[in-house]
Design a protein. Structure first.
Length: 387
């Protein structure tokens, strides 16, 4: 390795270390621990954090964000997300990584402990924060990768509390992947947004779309989208899509497919394969129609669009040839501040991209040499990783 590359490597490691230290510097927000019960597949007590957007007002719903790395932490502290929570009187709940007994990852089957632990945490927050409505408040779930499978399964675990779900680049190791999720009819009534990435070598597009299609054909008010040429990362690139979808859902008392329009995409398969050796596709073209049964040759239905504004946002999102670059926002300050956590994260992302082999995770921003830095969920993805 040439000397200057050695120097850059040291700088990259230093920057990544500083990044994690910055992310650990959270505000003094309420936390609680839930101890696993005998027989549950949870190794140690699970930690939960909460942000009540309007403490003087009753909480309308709890938006639960599962910790899957930097993207999840950035999302929980993001200024737009917190502003959205204030708009709708939501509580943001961050569930820190809660690993199983047998492996580093969590067991995403809710009945094995992770489901009970979440609702116990909400009960404890209800008393701790003097918001008794948290004991019965509906939940919105956001899950990336393996937590996307959990977000889907929670609809069947507690359909009475499940308001909406977002599964981003979803999938999990066998037998807990998207293809094994079985939902009863009452669980299908809640809207779900499933987003797959068009260069994802881990979870791909085949299984996420298969999960969406299985229940959409049974009448579920669900939506599917593809972030073109994006690997297993970059949740915040989909922020506008997710927030506008959730805004449209929350404005409807009873989401029904009779109101709204429907999405169609023409897939274009690439040379990328997921962990199950299935071809991964991007969106070649997309359109909006008034009927759920209007697919033309080679088209796939991409589901329900709950509002006209969201329909335009969805269309812009899936038509991007590559993801739009974004600035990393910090809850402590703007990205341009020289000593901010955000600037440290940006430096780490820049240097990490420099040492990544093809596709170099450059698709997080859409540029080989990033003009702006898009969020990175973790170290560059590989076939052995499933965040």
């Amino acid at each position: 390795m040439r000397p200057y590359r050695c120097v850059l490597h040291v700088l990259a490691c230093t920057a990544l270390g500083l990044t994690m230290a910055c992310l650990a510097q959270t505000p003094d927000e309420p936390r609680t621990l839930v101890t696993p019960l005998s027989g549950e597949d949870i190794l140690q007590p699970c930690e939960y954090r909460i942000f009540v957007a309007k403490p003087s007002r009753p909480v309308r719903a709890a938006w639960v964000i599962f910790d899957r790395g930097r993207d999840s932490l950035n999302w929980y502290h993001d200024s737009r997300v917190r502003g959205f929570a204030r708009e709708f009187n939501l509580a943001l709940v961050l569930t820190m990584h809660c690993r199983s007994k047998e492996r580093e990852d969590m067991n995403v089957e809710p009945s094995r402990g992770i489901g009970r632990a979440l609702f116990t945490a909400l009960d404890q927050f209800a008393e701790q924060e003097q918001h008794s409505e948290l004991r019965k408040a509906p939940i919105i779930l956001l899950g990336f990768s393996g937590a996307g499978s959990l977000a889907g399964r929670m609809a069947g675990y507690r359909p009475d509390r499940y308001l909406a779900g977002i599964a981003y680049a979803p999938g999990q190791y066998e037998p807990l992947g998207m293809d094994t999720i079985a939902l009863p009819p009452e669980a299908m009534r809640a809207p779900q947004l499933i987003i797959a990435n068009g260069a994802d070598k881990v979870n791909g597009t085949d299984r996420p779309y298969g999960y969406f299609k299985k229940y959409f054909l049974q009448g579920a008010p669900w939506t599917f989208a593809v972030q073109n040429r994006t690997p297993h990362c970059c949740l915040q690139n989909a922020e506008t899509l997710i927030l506008e979808w959730l805004r449209a859902v929350l404005h409807r008392s009873m989401p029904e497919r009779s109101a709204g329009s429907f999405a169609y995409i023409t897939p274009e398969f690439s040379d990328v394969r997921d962990e199950w050796k299935q071809a991964v596709f991007n969106v070649k073209s997309a359109r909006i129609a008034s009927s759920a049964a209007d697919a033309k040759k080679d088209e796939l239905c991409a589901g329900w669009l709950p509002s006209g504004k969201f329909a335009k946002v969805w269309l812009d999102f899936v038509r991007r040839p590559a993801p739009a670059a974004v600035w990393i926002r910090s809850y402590r300050g703007a990205v341009r501040r020289s000593a901010s956590c955000a600037s440290t994260t940006a430096m780490a992302a820049t240097l990490t991209i420099s040492f990544t082999s093809a596709p170099r995770c450059s698709t997080c921003t859409g540029f080989e040499s990033p003009l702006r830095i898009g969020p990175m969920a973790s170290a560059p993805p590989n076939l052995e990783s499933n965040l």
